[in-house]
Design a protein. Sequence first.
Length: 115
Amino acid sequence: MAETSIDPLNRDTGFMLSVAVRYCLDRHSYAPSLCCDWLRSHWRLLSDHTRALITRDIREHIASEYRRADIRAERPNLAPPGWECDLRTWERMSEWIAAQSPTPALNREEADRHG
């Protein structure tokens, strides 16, 4: 019988979420906004480890985009359409994460109530 909800404290769930975020980081579509909205809605449900991975990946992506921006300034034809908009989306997400109080992830009982 299939389960009807995901377990936010399961390591496999954290892995799948981090992979989904990594996929969205390089998309130039609605994916970054959708991903960030979902993360904001579910942030407290994620384990501390998953939050740390996602935070690191977002910050590394932003730093990488700034390095690429220098190249794009010299050769604008290399810039995919809309990349600035997506970068702002990830910057806002990074700022939102930084503004969150260091609330621990939900414990098993709390997670079950939210599931």
